[in-house]
Design a protein around this ligand. Structure first.
Ligand code: ATP
Length: 240
């Protein structure tokens, strides 16, 4: 396996607060890495550092063999890094289809000729095709989450970053979304998925990594990580 993404010694501070503390990790092509951690552990900040929304104070981020540490977010997107946001942020006054078109044409710089069939395919895979012409602002939560996924996929990512996409959903809705994410994984998309809904993550992740106070606390096979006494203590509030 070759690493699609490598992060080496990455740190980020906000004033006195060290939000990302010397993080080193890598994700292989085709792999799904699940990330767990208590609230405020720095999970979303790690995504912001990978997507380029935030620049690291130190350390190196390498994607598909190139050092992207100083590359702006829009170029990282065009290079193949797609992401969803924890709080869905669609263009509410545009249709579902138009939201995907914006991602495909501006995010990935596809021509309309390429973008139209791609967006139809993405909406089909995310269960939204029937709602393609509805306004995004009126969608219920599951569909807003699906649209986050669809918009990220419309940029044709090699690496997909999912930020708490199952959060706030019912058990049934989360299961539907997990089915769709599994199908995306089966197509070979490499993923990093931050999630508090552990059973959803376990259904897809090949490996888990736990962040605590911005640093890597544990990493490895999912069940081994969940059995780790430190992880039980810090994340699940259980005494080892
Ligand atoms: N732009 C910012 N300016 C100042 N502090 C910030 C900024 N962004 C994040 N933080 C702080 O950094 C810490 C980590 O935030 P982050 O959102 O990365 O955590 P998280 O692990 O994703 O949390 P959650 O599980 O609650 O989403 C928090 O204490 C947060 O308040």
């Amino acid at each position: 396996m070759t690493a699609l993404l490598s992060i080496a010694g990455v740190s980020k501070r906000y004033g006195a607060l060290k939000v990302t503390d010397d993080v080193t990790l890598s994700v292989d092509t085709g792999e799904t890495l699940g990330i767990l951690g208590p609230n405020g552990a720095g999970k979303t900040t790690l995504f912001n550092l990978i997507s380029g929304d935030v620049r690291a104070d130190r350390g190196t981020i390498t994607f598909a063999g190139s050092d992207i540490s100083a590359v702006p977010a829009y170029r990282r997107c065009r290079a193949g890094i797609g992401r969803s946001y924890q709080v869905p942020q669609p263009y509410g006054a545009m249709t579902v289809f138009e939201n995907c078109l914006v991602a495909a044409t501006f995010g990935a710089e596809l021509s309309e000729h390429e973008a139209y069939p791609l967006c139809v395919d993405v909406l089909d895979k995310t269960g939204l095709l029937k709602k393609a012409n509805e306004l995004a602002g009126g969608l219920p939560l599951l569909d807003r989450k699906r649209l986050e996924l669809a918009r990220a996929l419309s940029t044709r990512p090699q690496l997909l970053l999912l930020d708490e996409i199952a959060g706030g959903l019912t058990e049934h809705e989360a299961a539907v979304l997990v089915g769709e994410i599994k199908a995306i994984k089966a197509q070979g998309v490499t993923m990093i998925w931050i999630e508090h809904v552990v059973h959803a993550l376990l259904a897809v992740a090949d490996r888990l990594l736990v962040l605590n106070f911005g640093a890597v606390l544990a990493e490895g096979k999912p069940l081994d990580v969940l059995e780790n006494p430190e992880v039980k203590r810090v994340y699940m509030g259980l005494e080892a």
